[in-house]
Design a protein around this ligand. Structure first.
Ligand code: C2E
Ligand code: MG
Ligand code: MG
Length: 548
């Protein structure tokens, strides 16, 4: 929920005020947006910030509205920046904290839709231009540093474009570039960003790469997308590309250097004949080719029954009981030993292998939960992760129905986890699909909430039941005010939207107490238990639920 991605997604600024409209806390995005230093705005009346369309807002009335309206108010306001400038039409959500705790503060969630719409686009392709790309890359770098993510940047150059362009003429050359841009774009995921750097060069930003090597899988998809000829006014034109790849952190500190190094690697790919890619670092180039062998091993793994599921308990904070579990896949590799999903899920996702693997996971999780139910561990809900590919699988609904039917599991005991970034990819399509799933009666949860780019204003429209706060917010919740503010805002908002909220990655008592004090409904994390093999999980539940 932080940065503009697909040209429209929001930047989320947060402000917390007390019941007298005095600012208690703001986050970094808020300061960047408004120009106010955090120290300066604290203690001020928040009404200084807001101007409703056509009038200066009586801010207290919005908060009063929120109180009246089940604790939540959403609307467009105009905001006055520190320098006096007015930003118009800013989508704002004001919500109170949970009623049950006694009202103590308001949370203002401010989402700007058009911060970048000022000359930031390439005229021909309608993609973000170089300046905008650099700006967004810088923001993503800051985000990645804080959250310890890795980013990839691809510098893509069309081979021999000058020759092609000269023979087609400029106008047709532009058409060709437009079509190339479309094809490249069609290969990217919701959170990826593509820009046109000018001329025949594109840049792609891959946020939160699990493995640097995965950048080459995306690169190959881009190359593949251009293999079929492009029709330009009756001419069948085939183009190839050369790509240079840099990884942050590691290949450059600032956006300028990263782009320069990516460009240099692109030229190296050209020197080797073009239609090719090069990582800036030779060591990554090497392990990238190694990883490709994983793919063929994975194909065999299903047949050889090398995958197993582990289960991590989810504990109700009110009564301390295990109420459900998340099914997490493991690969028992004959040579490599137990392989964690970190090492293969992203490859499986990129190559499409995740679909058959995911089908197996769904069925196995349902089967196991039904077996537990029959064996006396009644009414535990099993949560299954759905990847982007599975979510866009046309047969998803049938597959879910089939898994329930074959296993005999009650639909109310199945939960599906979908990450925030997957949900935001195609909002209308997502809503339609989620509605069908919800109609079946299962539980829908948004996984890794807070790391993606969902607009909170859309959240209301999704028929979801649960938000799962990402581990990265809870890690530093005791020490980092920004993270605490976000976690608190998410919990408060969930309650106002009548959603359950679960926090994952809870490792110690302090974190647990913090969450319990804020009425976070459920907790999952090493503090209670690591993911366990089925028999160990069963023993854990029997022991714990006998006590609570
Ligand atoms: P996720 O769905 O967000 O799962 C939570 C991850 O956090 C799990 O890692 C879990 O073991 C780990 N975790 C839970 N509590 C703690 C804690 O207190 N501290 C720490 N450090 N870690 C904790 P795991 O099992 O390695 O899975 C990683 C990711 O792989 C999952 O993230 C999910 O995105 C993906 N994944 C796992 N199984 C499947 C699957 O069956 N299908 C799909 N599509 N993805 C899966
Ligand atoms: Mg999950
Ligand atoms: Mg998660």
């Amino acid at each position: 929920m932080m940065v503009n991605r697909d040209d429209r997604a929001p930047t989320t600024a947060l402000m917390v005020t007390d019941m007298q409209s005095r600012v208690i806390r703001v986050n970094a995005a808020f300061c960047a947006l408004t120009g106010y230093a955090s120290d300066k705005i604290k203690g001020c009346s928040s009404s200084a910030l807001y101007v409703l369309p056509e009038q200066v807002c009586d801010f207290a009335s919005i908060e009063a509205e929120a109180l009246k309206n089940e604790g939540i108010w959403t609307g467009d306001v105009n905001i006055r920046k520190e320098n006096g400038e007015i930003m118009k039409g800013v989508q704002t959500t004001v919500s109170t904290n949970d009623k049950d705790e006694g009202f103590s503060h308001y949370i203002h969630i401010i989402e700007t839709l058009d911060t970048y719409h000022q000359g930031g686009y390439d005229q021909n392709t309608q993609l973000p231009n170089r300046n905008m790309f650099k700006e967004m890359l810088s923001q993503e770098q800051a985000n990645a540093k804080r959250k310890k993510f890795q980013l990839g940047v691809l510098f893509v150059d069309i081979d021999n474009f000058k020759v092609i362009n000269d023979s087609l003429g400029f106008a047709r050359g532009d058409l060709l570039l437009g079509e190339i841009a479309n094809r490249l774009k069609s290969q990217l995921r919701g959170n990826d960003l593509i820009a046109c750097l000018g001329g025949n060069q594109f840049a792609v930003l891959l946020p939160d790469l699990v493995h640097p090597e995965d950048a080459n899988i995306v690169t190959m998809k881009l190359m593949h997308a251009l293999e079929e000829g492009i029709d330009v006014a009756g001419n069948d034109v085939v183009v190839t590309i050369s790509t240079g790849i840099v990884i942050f952190p590691g290949d450059g500190e600032d956006s300028e250097t990263l782009l320069k190094h990516a460009e240099r690697s692109m030229y190296k790919a050209k020197e080797e004949g073009g239609n090719n890619y090069q990582f800036y670092k030779a060591s990554i180039q090497h392990s990238a080719s190694n990883r490709l062998s994983l793919e063929s091993e994975m194909r065999k793994a299903i047949e050889r029954e090398e995958f197993v599921l582990h289960y991590q308990p989810q504990i109700n904070t009110n009564n301390g009981r295990v109420v459900g579990m998340e099914a997490l896949i493991r690969w028992q590799h004959p040579v490599r030993g137990m392989v964690a999903p970190y090492h293969f899920i992203s490859v499986a996702e990129e190559t499409g292998m995740i679909v058959p693997i995911g089908d197996w996971v769904l069925l196995e999780a349902c089967r196991q939960n039904r077996a537990w139910h029959d064996g006396g561990l009644k009414n535990l809900k099993v949560a299954v992760n759905l990847s982007a590919r599975q979510f866009s699988d046309r047969h998803l609904l049938e597959k879910v129905e089939n898994a329930l039917q074959v296993s005999g599991l009650d639909v109310e005991l199945l939960e599906l986890e979908i990450t925030e970034s997957v949900i935001m990819k195609d909002i209308e399509g997502t809503i339609a699909l989620l509605e069908k799933l919800a109609a079946m009666g299962l539980t829908l949860a948004i996984d890794d909430f807070g790391t993606g780019y969902s607009s909170l204003s859309y959240l209301k429209r999704f028929p979801i039941n649960k938000l799962k706060i990402d581990k990265s917010f809870i890690d530093d919740v005791m020490t980092n005010e920004d993270d605490a503010t976000i976690a608190e805002a998410i919990i408060g908002l969930s309650h106002n939207l009548k959603l359950d909220v679960i926090c994952e990655g809870v490792e110690d008592e302090d974190q647990f107490n913090w969450l319990q004090a804020r009425s976070c409904n459920e907790i999952q994390g090493y503090y209670f238990s690591k993911p366990l093999p089925a028999d160990a999980f069963e023993a854990f539940v029997r022991e714990r639920n006998a006590l609570f």
